[in-house]
Ligand binder design. Structure first.
Ligand code: 5AD
Ligand code: SF4
Length: 504
């Protein structure tokens, strides 16, 4: 745990403090009592599972939730067979929402058998009004719902949940009509609360939020509506957190933001992302620095120069393209043209030849034609991505593109025809992505490169899984004592997106 707290010093009979994070520590101390009493009643420790959907931001938020759960006395659990289950949700595409509803159906049956079980929902999907209405109507067994802006208040909300229900299970586990769901959703916030406990998934690497929210309003994207306005953490707080992580044995950090290239613009003393990277580089013990995500329109020459000079910044850039057609890029409000993107990619490759570039692509944006997909394929062939995440456009209510999709909708037959056209374009594009990436990744065959050993291979326990600086995965025989270390690995055979190798 990154922050050790002395709970014995907190007087929970007094009024809760107003200041953060002291207020949350107070509620953690209160929750500890509930958890202790309940585990004494059950004669075993209580368990909690945080089940995460979506991106790295959500993964990091889940580590914060886990840190709070652990500090109040829950043991971590992997799946829904836990006393407390929290779904940290994603809503970037509709299938993410559907997956959560599917899991809720399953957990309802578990909760009927296990009356003291508690269920919480949080994350991006909860920021949508229609979702909250649906939960109130159809998922009344849920105990707690909160959003993206108030996860720092998790302990306070838990205390309220424990106060409101009977944790000892004498009420009907939320199955009765009077069961009160605690719902706390904020529309937006400029608040950033520092110094709360965090439980890291990996001891040797960690994500670090450098900013929250997004102001770009790409026309298809729901993120600015559910994650709020862009706000940066102060460099002092970020550097302090990373220094503490380094002292705790973290070798690799991933700086997280929806658009890291606009980091620092709104700070009282503005600094650039490149300047922040220079500072992070000075921190002893940090051996690798990654970041995610870079909007092409904001990627500066200064950043390219810092990456080029750096021994620690990884040779990987995730540079979402979304579309290669200038017409569609304009409709997407991406604020760059095909030619500008290509020129940027070329400049990056010229300055940092060994870099791998990955991307995100959407197929089927309203009004997109096969000729637009051809333009995207042209960019894929020219840029030679190491990997590309391809998505079929998903209509997100409230976004400008959803309105475009509605205006353009035709008869059911026409819509079906369009769906087939989109699918055909997607398959065509995916094939090019796979072919180019396979060739591109294979360029390293025969080289010896450093890999950070992350874990024992899931399929074959004789193998370890490591990550190269350029983000490519390599599996190689080795002992699990190497986990967390950076070791040289001979890249023997390329298997599409990964390598089989040997430690040198
Ligand atoms: N439909 C499909 N893909 C989307 N993305 C964001 N919004 C949508 C949407 N409405 C994709 C983008 C983004 C990635 C995280 O998700 O490609 O970069
Ligand atoms: Fe969404 Fe665009 Fe912001 Fe990325 S930059 S989160 S795609 S609005």
């Amino acid at each position: 745990m990154e922050n050790a707290i002395n709970f014995n010093e907190i007087n929970i009979d007094s009024k809760p403090p107003e200041d953060e994070p002291a207020r949350q520590y107070y509620f953690m101390a209160k929750c500890r009592q509930y958890v202790k009493a309940e585990s004494e009643r059950l004669g075993r420790p209580l368990t909690a599972a945080v089940i995460t959907f979506g991106c790295q931001m959500n993964a990091r938020d889940s580590e914060k939730l886990s840190g709070i759960l652990e500090s109040i006395g829950y043991l971590p659990a992997e799946d829904e067979n836990a006393d407390f289950v929290i779904y940290n949700t994603c809503t970037v595409r509709d299938n993410a929402n559907q997956r959560v509803y599917g899991r809720l159906g399953h957990i309802n049956s578990l909760k009927k058998k296990n009356h003291h079980m508690k269920v919480a929902l949080c994350g991006c999907m909860m920021q949508e009004l229609s979702v909250i209405e649906k939960i109130k109507k159809s998922y009344r067994f849920v105990d707690l719902v909160f959003g993206t802006h108030n996860i720092y208040k998790f302990a306070e909300l838990l205390a309220e949940m424990f106060d409101s229900g009977d944790i000892c299970g004498t009420h009907s586990g939320g199955q009765n009509a009077s069961h009160r769901i605690i719902i706390d959703i904020w529309e937006n916030t400029d608040k950033i609360v520092e110094d709360l406990p965090v439980e890291r998934k990996y001891p040797f690497k960690s994500g670090i939020n450098i900013m929250f929210g997004c102001d770009n309003f790409c026309s298809y994207c729901i993120v600015p509506y559910v994650r709020g306005r862009e706000r940066s953490r102060s460099p002092e707080d970020i550097l302090r957190e990373i220094s503490a992580l380094a002292r705790d044995g973290v070798a690799e950090v991933m700086l997280l933001g929806q658009n890291v290239n606009s980091y620092g613009k709104t700070l009282e003393n503005p600094i650039t992302f490149a300047q922040l990277l220079r500072e992070v580089e000075q921190i002893e013990g940090i051996e690798r620095i990654r970041f995610m995500t870079s909007h092409p329109k904001d990627l500066s020459d200064e950043l390219i120069a810092v990456m080029k000079e750096s021994k620690k910044i990884c040779r990987h850039l995730h540079l979402p393209l979304q579309s290669g057609s200038t017409r569609i890029l304009t409709a997407m409000n991406r604020r760059y043209t095909k030619e500008q993107y290509l020129a940027l990619a070329e400049k990056i490759r010229r300055e940092i030849p060994d870099i791998s570039i990955t991307t995100d692509i959407i197929v089927g944006f309203p009004g997109e034609e096969p000729a637009d997909v051809d333009e995207t394929i042209d960019v894929i062939k020219k840029v030679q991505y190491d990997n590309a995440f391809t998505f079929i456009y998903s209509k997100r209510t409230g976004t400008p593109a959803a309105a475009m999709a509605e205006t353009m909708a035709g008869t059911p037959e026409e819509n079906l025809e369009r769906e087939m056209m989109v699918k055909e374009g997607f398959d065509r594009l995916l094939k090019v992505v796979q072919d180019t990436a396979r060739q591109r990744v294979a360029r390293l065959e025969g080289q010896i490169l450093d890999a950070l050993v992350e874990e024992v291979n899931e399929q074959d326990s004789r193998l370890l899984t490591g990550r190269l600086s350029n983000n490519t995965i390599v599996h190689f025989p080795g002992d699990k004592s190497l986990i967390g270390r950076i070791v040289p690995v001979y890249l023997k055979e390329c298997h599409g997106f990964y390598y089989l190798g040997e430690k040198r």
